[in-house]
Write a protein that binds this ligand. Sequence first.
Ligand code: FMN
Length: 194
Amino acid sequence: MTSSTEHAGIASLNDWLRGRHALTGATPRWDLEALPEDPLVLFEEWILRAEADGVPEPHTATLATVDVDGIPDARTLILKRADARGWAIASKRSSRKGAQLEAVAAAALNFWWQPQVRAVRVRGAVVEATPEESAADLAARSAAARADVQDGDWVLWRIVPTRIEFWQGSRDRRHTRVVYERPDGAWTHGVLRD
Ligand SMILES: Cc1cc2nc3c(=O)[nH]c(=O)nc-3n(C[C@H](O)[C@H](O)[C@H](O)COP(=O)(O)O)c2cc1C
Protein backbone atom coordinates (compact mmCIF):
# COMPACT_ATOMS: atom_id res chain seq x y z
CA MET A 1 0.00 0.00 0.00
CA THR A 2 1.25 3.50 -0.79
CA SER A 3 1.45 5.76 2.27
CA SER A 4 0.11 9.25 1.85
CA THR A 5 3.59 10.79 2.20
CA GLU A 6 4.77 8.78 -0.82
CA HIS A 7 1.95 10.12 -2.90
CA ALA A 8 3.41 12.26 -5.68
CA GLY A 9 0.95 15.08 -5.03
CA ILE A 10 1.93 15.41 -1.36
CA ALA A 11 5.66 15.24 -2.14
CA SER A 12 5.32 18.07 -4.62
CA LEU A 13 3.19 20.08 -2.19
CA ASN A 14 5.91 19.78 0.43
CA ASP A 15 8.60 20.68 -2.10
CA TRP A 16 6.56 23.68 -3.07
CA LEU A 17 6.06 24.71 0.57
CA ARG A 18 9.80 24.42 1.23
CA GLY A 19 10.48 26.83 -1.61
CA ARG A 20 8.13 29.55 -0.37
CA HIS A 21 9.24 32.87 1.12
CA ALA A 22 7.36 34.95 3.66
CA LEU A 23 7.62 38.49 5.03
CA THR A 24 8.23 39.81 1.52
CA GLY A 25 6.25 43.04 1.94
CA ALA A 26 7.53 46.58 2.46
CA THR A 27 7.27 47.73 6.07
CA PRO A 28 6.14 51.31 6.70
CA ARG A 29 8.21 53.44 9.07
CA TRP A 30 7.02 52.94 12.64
CA ASP A 31 7.98 55.45 15.32
CA LEU A 32 8.11 53.51 18.58
CA GLU A 33 8.80 56.76 20.45
CA ALA A 34 5.34 58.06 19.52
CA LEU A 35 3.03 55.21 20.51
CA PRO A 36 -0.46 56.38 21.56
CA GLU A 37 -1.86 55.48 25.00
CA ASP A 38 -4.99 54.03 23.37
CA PRO A 39 -4.48 51.01 21.07
CA LEU A 40 -7.57 51.99 19.05
CA VAL A 41 -5.74 55.12 17.92
CA LEU A 42 -2.87 52.97 16.64
CA PHE A 43 -5.28 50.47 15.04
CA GLU A 44 -7.06 53.26 13.19
CA GLU A 45 -3.73 54.61 11.97
CA TRP A 46 -2.62 51.14 10.83
CA ILE A 47 -5.83 50.08 9.07
CA LEU A 48 -6.13 53.39 7.21
CA ARG A 49 -2.49 53.09 6.19
CA ALA A 50 -3.15 49.51 5.08
CA GLU A 51 -5.97 50.68 2.87
CA ALA A 52 -3.89 53.56 1.50
CA ASP A 53 -1.11 51.09 0.68
CA GLY A 54 -3.53 48.91 -1.27
CA VAL A 55 -4.14 46.07 1.20
CA PRO A 56 -7.32 44.40 -0.09
CA GLU A 57 -10.13 44.31 2.47
CA PRO A 58 -8.01 45.20 5.52
CA HIS A 59 -11.13 45.02 7.73
CA THR A 60 -11.35 41.23 7.33
CA ALA A 61 -9.80 39.10 10.04
CA THR A 62 -9.58 35.58 11.39
CA LEU A 63 -11.88 35.03 14.36
CA ALA A 64 -10.87 32.24 16.73
CA THR A 65 -13.28 30.74 19.24
CA VAL A 66 -13.28 27.69 21.48
CA ASP A 67 -15.94 25.03 21.75
CA VAL A 68 -17.39 23.45 24.86
CA ASP A 69 -14.62 20.79 24.80
CA GLY A 70 -11.86 23.41 24.57
CA ILE A 71 -11.17 22.70 20.90
CA PRO A 72 -10.37 25.88 18.96
CA ASP A 73 -11.97 26.89 15.68
CA ALA A 74 -11.27 29.79 13.32
CA ARG A 75 -12.80 31.48 10.30
CA THR A 76 -12.65 34.75 8.38
CA LEU A 77 -14.97 37.58 9.41
CA ILE A 78 -15.57 41.26 8.86
CA LEU A 79 -14.81 43.73 11.63
CA LYS A 80 -18.03 45.75 11.89
CA ARG A 81 -17.05 48.41 14.43
CA ALA A 82 -14.31 49.12 16.94
CA ASP A 83 -14.66 51.62 19.76
CA ALA A 84 -14.31 51.89 23.52
CA ARG A 85 -17.05 49.26 23.94
CA GLY A 86 -15.15 46.63 22.00
CA TRP A 87 -14.45 45.15 18.57
CA ALA A 88 -17.70 44.09 16.93
CA ILE A 89 -18.35 41.14 14.66
CA ALA A 90 -21.68 39.81 13.45
CA SER A 91 -23.05 36.43 12.49
CA LYS A 92 -25.85 33.98 13.10
CA ARG A 93 -26.51 32.68 16.59
CA SER A 94 -27.30 29.31 14.97
CA SER A 95 -23.78 29.07 13.46
CA ARG A 96 -20.88 27.03 14.85
CA LYS A 97 -19.29 30.22 16.16
CA GLY A 98 -22.62 31.17 17.76
CA ALA A 99 -22.70 27.90 19.69
CA GLN A 100 -19.04 28.25 20.61
CA LEU A 101 -19.50 31.81 21.88
CA GLU A 102 -22.51 30.64 23.88
CA ALA A 103 -20.34 27.93 25.48
CA VAL A 104 -17.17 30.02 25.96
CA ALA A 105 -17.67 33.78 25.77
CA ALA A 106 -14.15 34.65 24.66
CA ALA A 107 -12.45 35.10 21.29
CA ALA A 108 -9.41 36.31 19.40
CA LEU A 109 -9.17 38.26 16.15
CA ASN A 110 -6.13 38.27 13.89
CA PHE A 111 -5.50 40.68 11.03
CA TRP A 112 -2.67 40.02 8.52
CA TRP A 113 -1.68 42.72 6.07
CA GLN A 114 0.86 41.01 3.85
CA PRO A 115 2.02 43.98 1.75
CA GLN A 116 3.13 45.75 4.93
CA VAL A 117 4.30 42.72 6.91
CA ARG A 118 1.92 43.83 9.64
CA ALA A 119 -0.43 41.87 11.85
CA VAL A 120 -2.76 42.85 14.68
CA ARG A 121 -3.89 40.41 17.29
CA VAL A 122 -6.79 41.05 19.70
CA ARG A 123 -8.18 38.83 22.48
CA GLY A 124 -10.70 39.16 25.22
CA ALA A 125 -14.10 38.31 26.62
CA VAL A 126 -17.11 38.49 24.31
CA VAL A 127 -20.37 40.26 25.11
CA GLU A 128 -23.54 40.30 23.07
CA ALA A 129 -24.83 43.68 21.87
CA THR A 130 -28.43 44.69 22.52
CA PRO A 131 -31.13 43.17 20.28
CA GLU A 132 -31.65 46.66 18.83
CA GLU A 133 -28.00 46.94 17.80
CA SER A 134 -28.02 43.45 16.28
CA ALA A 135 -31.20 44.29 14.37
CA ALA A 136 -29.66 47.54 13.13
CA ASP A 137 -26.59 45.66 11.89
CA LEU A 138 -28.80 43.18 10.04
CA ALA A 139 -30.89 46.00 8.56
CA ALA A 140 -27.72 47.56 7.16
CA ARG A 141 -26.93 44.41 5.17
CA SER A 142 -28.01 43.91 1.59
CA ALA A 143 -31.39 42.34 0.89
CA ALA A 144 -29.59 39.23 -0.41
CA ALA A 145 -27.56 38.93 2.79
CA ARG A 146 -30.69 39.36 4.96
CA ALA A 147 -32.76 36.83 3.03
CA ASP A 148 -31.62 33.63 4.74
CA VAL A 149 -31.57 34.97 8.32
CA GLN A 150 -34.30 33.83 10.70
CA ASP A 151 -35.87 36.36 13.06
CA GLY A 152 -33.61 37.01 16.04
CA ASP A 153 -30.78 34.86 14.67
CA TRP A 154 -28.45 37.73 13.70
CA VAL A 155 -26.17 38.81 16.53
CA LEU A 156 -23.59 41.54 16.95
CA TRP A 157 -20.95 40.48 19.46
CA ARG A 158 -18.17 42.61 20.92
CA ILE A 159 -14.76 41.34 21.85
CA VAL A 160 -13.72 43.43 24.84
CA PRO A 161 -9.95 43.23 24.52
CA THR A 162 -7.58 42.62 27.39
CA ARG A 163 -4.57 42.31 25.09
CA ILE A 164 -3.83 43.80 21.67
CA GLU A 165 -0.58 43.12 19.86
CA PHE A 166 0.73 45.12 16.91
CA TRP A 167 3.35 43.10 15.03
CA GLN A 168 5.62 44.29 12.27
CA GLY A 169 7.87 41.72 10.68
CA SER A 170 11.37 42.12 9.41
CA ARG A 171 13.30 40.05 6.86
CA ASP A 172 16.18 39.77 9.35
CA ARG A 173 13.66 38.23 11.78
CA ARG A 174 14.08 41.12 14.24
CA HIS A 175 10.33 41.55 14.41
CA THR A 176 8.82 44.38 16.40
CA ARG A 177 5.89 43.70 18.69
CA VAL A 178 3.99 46.31 20.66
CA VAL A 179 1.68 44.82 23.27
CA TYR A 180 -1.13 46.74 24.95
CA GLU A 181 -2.72 45.26 28.07
CA ARG A 182 -5.10 46.56 30.69
CA PRO A 183 -4.68 44.57 33.87
CA ASP A 184 -6.35 47.27 36.00
CA GLY A 185 -8.66 48.90 33.50
CA ALA A 186 -6.17 51.41 32.06
CA TRP A 187 -4.09 50.50 29.01
CA THR A 188 -0.35 50.07 29.38
CA HIS A 189 1.99 49.12 26.57
CA GLY A 190 5.46 47.81 25.96
CA VAL A 191 7.75 46.90 23.09
CA LEU A 192 8.88 43.29 22.63
CA ARG A 193 11.67 42.21 20.32
CA ASP A 194 11.63 38.69 18.96
C1 FMN B 1 -13.76 37.79 3.56
C2 FMN B 1 -14.81 37.05 4.34
C3 FMN B 1 -15.65 37.74 5.20
C4 FMN B 1 -16.63 37.06 5.92
N1 FMN B 1 -17.41 37.77 6.79
C5 FMN B 1 -18.34 37.13 7.53
C6 FMN B 1 -19.10 37.85 8.51
O1 FMN B 1 -18.93 39.06 8.74
N2 FMN B 1 -20.04 37.15 9.21
C7 FMN B 1 -20.25 35.81 9.01
O2 FMN B 1 -21.10 35.24 9.68
N3 FMN B 1 -19.51 35.10 8.12
C8 FMN B 1 -18.57 35.72 7.38
N4 FMN B 1 -17.79 35.01 6.49
C9 FMN B 1 -18.00 33.54 6.40
C10 FMN B 1 -17.23 32.87 7.56
O3 FMN B 1 -15.84 32.79 7.25
C11 FMN B 1 -17.73 31.47 7.91
O4 FMN B 1 -17.65 30.63 6.78
C12 FMN B 1 -19.18 31.45 8.41
O5 FMN B 1 -19.44 32.57 9.25
C13 FMN B 1 -19.46 30.15 9.17
O6 FMN B 1 -18.56 30.04 10.24
P1 FMN B 1 -18.81 29.04 11.48
O7 FMN B 1 -19.26 27.75 10.87
O8 FMN B 1 -17.49 28.92 12.18
O9 FMN B 1 -19.85 29.66 12.36
C14 FMN B 1 -16.79 35.67 5.77
C15 FMN B 1 -15.92 34.97 4.92
C16 FMN B 1 -14.94 35.64 4.23
C17 FMN B 1 -13.99 34.87 3.35
